[in-house]
Design a protein around this ligand. Structure first.
Ligand code: SAH
Length: 331
């Protein structure tokens, strides 16, 4: 697919059924039919950054912040694994009070009890030495979204941060040996179709193992509170193009998509390139506090089963479980 093809597909009419069908066929061919479940633990809502769109930004003084203890983190992972789900994703704001040793201890404890677990971290920007230590202690995957591939838009939205650094960190992660996840946000203020085409070109070039494409969703206590959400069709188109450009990637039908258009929109994403659902396993006391954006949807295991049933596809919990006989290379 050339740059022009990407551009044309993004600009095409409102019902790009052909594009969705092609993405669905690519997904089936590369990943099979199972809807893969990942268990998510949001372990800290503290953050040192000031991302303009995010409710966790440090200037949001109205957010009730929390940190899980290391013991709570290990227990949450255990609940995920006991539910039969083999991949645990630990996510947080950029909370540097969790030291290299803290995170390493959690990883080791889980891997010791459950060596079959696949462990994903999404802790934001840390020194590469931390990434190396996490990998050495059992982390398999790292999710760090580039958010937008337009450097000036990136800098406007992330005061004190740069796209160059973000991309360097993604390269560090890959060099260390991680399966790397990355992705973008659709509907950012000032973001053009050309910017989104650039995001897709970056994905094509980097070939991540996992891609998260999500719509912008406003959060009341951020500078972007009044900015509207994008149309769902545009988000679906970007997701479908991501599948076509990176055929074997794991692509979730994100929680932000559910917030934009309900579980029906997640189901449509699963029929247009997506193959993963992230199920929230954060303890209920904390679930409502991880307010990246308002009205954040919550997908539990029951909901995930309903969504998979909607699209008439089997649910796959286990790491190597591919009932239809085809496994994504990084599952
Ligand atoms: N601190 C980590 C995790 C950030 S939260 C990091 O920097 O990687 C995880 C993701 O939520 C972000 O990468 C961003 O893409 C998304 N997010 C945050 N606020 C959002 C909003 N208002 N709308 C849509 N997505 C948002």
């Amino acid at each position: 697919m050339t740059k022009l093809d990407i551009y044309n597909a993004l600009l095409a009419g409102d019902s790009p059924e052909e594009l969705f069908c092609r993405a669905d066929a690519e997904r089936k061919n590369a990943c099979g039919d199972s809807v893969v479940i990942r268990g998510l633990v949001e372990f800290s809502s503290h953050c040192v950054r000031r991302c303009q769109y995010c409710g966790l930004r440090r200037d949001n003084l109205q957010l009730d912040r929390y940190r899980m203890s290391l013991t709570e983190m290990i227990a949450a992972a255990q609940r995920i694994l006991e539910a039969g789900v083999r991949t645990v994703i630990f996510q947080s704001g950029d909370d540097l009070t969790f030291t290299r040793e803290d995170i390493s201890l959690v990883l080791r404890a889980i891997k010791k009890r459950m060596p079959e677990a696949a462990l994903t971290l999404s802790l934001g920007e840390r020194p590469p030495e931390d990434y190396q230590a996490f990998f050495d202690n059992g982390a398999d995957r790292y999710l760090l979204k580039f958010e937008t591939a337009n450097p000036s838009l990136y800098e406007k939205l992330h005061p004190g941060q740069s796209l160059k650094k973000r991309v360097e960190l993604l390269e560090d992660l890959r060099r260390i040996g991680y399966q790397v996840g990355t992705g973008n946000i659709i509907g950012l203020p000032g973001q053009t179709v050309a910017d989104i085409a650039r995001d897709l070109e970056y994905l094509k070039e980097f070939q991540p193992e996992m891609i998260a494409v999500g719509p912008f969703v406003p959060q009341q206590q951020t500078p972007l509170a009044g900015h509207p959400m994008p149309g769902p069709e545009l988000v679906l188109k970007v997701l479908a193009l991501a599948r076509i450009l990176v055929p074997a990637a794991h692509i979730p039908a994100t929680t932000a998509l559910a917030t934009l258009g309900g579980h029906e929109l997640q189901a449509r994403a699963l029929q247009g390139g997506a193959n993963v659902l992230m199920v929230n396993f954060s303890p209920s006391a904390y679930k409502g506090l991880y307010r990246l954006y308002d009205h954040k949807a919550c997908v539990d295991l029951e909901k995930a089963k309903e969504i998979a049933a909607l699209v008439k596809r089997p649910l796959s919990l286990a790491r190597h479980d591919a009932p239809d006989g085809i496994a994504c290379p990084s599952s």
